[in-house]
Design a protein around this ligand. Structure first.
Ligand code: HEC
Ligand code: HEC
Length: 326
């Protein structure tokens, strides 16, 4: 067991101003497996005090970090839902077990089944814009893209290149096999007891003065049907290690699976790869969608069978290009 200092946000956030207190919360995070590389990503303090970093580079990294933490400043340009990058990649994208982002800087270029070609770091970042943020990425090679890439690469400082056996990478430690007996009803009960207080009984999260305090889990403000988090196993592992925010690691594996199933049984903006038919799109991307409920019937309706792109006026970002080397 590790002890961790967390900001505990009082539950009556919306009624009263948020009160933050420092509390010690025990967290049951998995231990690294033998032989795994364990990374300590550098902090902003490290960045500010490292004299070997050119001041101009420091500026660019800080800009990338600011984009990562407050991506909502680009709402209507790059982002069309209520997410910031740090909403899922918690702890500034540095935290093991919460999808640390730096491995993309040390393991790419590599082939990705999701778009069936060799991807660069910029393309990986673009993927989270297109799906998780229901948006469109900054142009490749632009100042904004450079800043984000610089932040990722700097977080990877001193990590071995092309080492793939990384402790706490991604959200997949529960494995990808959905256990028997998982159900909407069981998930709903876990949700009501542990999650609704922050994310809302209707899953729409909570805003204060127009700013997102607790992000939505479904609906137009949430990640779209092509996002990695729609995979039940991804959501289950994320939830197990990071939620409820005040008590990460406190749910049983079974509770995490059921609540992930429940959340991902709800509607959200269309998958940018939509062909016009959700069942067909599911089949076309079955390697991905076999882990989601998209294109299957839930409570009498086929999930994803709609033209709703959420807050954005297009389906697929124009700058997500295929690539071939023929
Ligand atoms: C809705 C949740 C969510 C949001 C918001 C989100 N991501 Fe992700 N991101 C994911 C998931 C899920 C994965 C895949 C993790 C896995 O493989 O288990 C991922 C993976 C990544 C990776 C690859 C990490 C690796 O291990 O190679 C990078 C880089 C990344 N995201 C960057 C971003 C950036 C930049 C933003 C903001 C523009 C962002 N993400 C927003 C969910 C999110
Ligand atoms: C104390 C408030 C709180 C509770 C309780 C809580 N969450 Fe969260 N949740 C948050 C916050 C805040 C974030 C965004 C994290 C950040 O920005 O650092 C988040 C992020 C998430 C995300 C990823 C982002 C998104 O909107 O899709 C998911 C999924 C999630 N929570 C699911 C759950 C589930 C399931 C439960 C119940 C088991 C739960 N949460 C309980 C506050 C809470």
């Amino acid at each position: 067991m590790r002890t961790y200092t967390l900001m505990l946000i009082t539950t009556a956030v919306m009624a009263a101003p948020a009160v933050a207190q420092d509390v010690k919360v025990p967290i049951n995070l998995p231990e690294p497996k033998e032989g795994q590389y364990v990374h300590q990503a550098p902090s902003v303090d490290d960045l500010m005090t490292d004299e070997s970093i050119n001041p101009e580079l420091r500026k660019v990294i800080l800009k990338g970090r600011d984009m990562f933490m407050n991506t909502q400043q680009f709402r209507g340009k790059y982002v069309f839902n209520d997410m910031n990058c740090k909403t899922c990649h918690m702890g500034e994208g540095r935290l093991n077990w919460s999808g640390p982002v730096w491995p993309a800087a040390t393991t790419l270029p590599d082939y990705r089944g999701k778009n069936k070609h060799v991807n660069s770091l910029e393309e990986r970042i673009a993927g989270c814009f297109a799906y998780s943020m229901n948006g469109q990425p900054p142009a490749y090679g632009s100042d904004d893209m450079l800043a984000l890439a610089a932040y990722h690469q700097w977080l990877a400082r001193k990590a071995p290149v092309y080492e793939k056996n990384i402790a706490g990478r991604g959200f997949r430690h529960l494995g990808n096999k959905i256990p028997e007996g998982v159900s909407y009803e069981k998930g709903q009960a876990v949700y009501e007891a542990n999650c609704a207080i922050c994310h809302g009984a209707d899953g729409q999260g909570q805003k204060k003065d127009g700013k997102v305090v607790f992000p939505p889990l479904w609906g137009d403000g949430a990640y779209n049907w092509g996002a990695g988090m729609t995979r039940i196993f991804t959501a289950a592992s994320f939830i197990k290690n990071n939620m409820p925010l005040s008590k990460p690691g406190s749910l049983t594996d079974d509770e995490a699976w059921n609540v992930a199933w429940f959340i991902n049984s709800h509607e959200r903006p269309q998958d940018p790869r939509y062909t016009g038919d959700a069942r067909e799109t599911r089949e076309q991307f079955i390697g991905f969608h076999k882990h989601t409920r998209y294109g299957t019937e839930v409570n009498g309706k086929v999930l994803g069978q709609h033209d709703n792109t959420g807050g954005k006026p297009f389906l697929k970002p124009a700058n997500l290009k295929p690539r071939t080397f023929e």
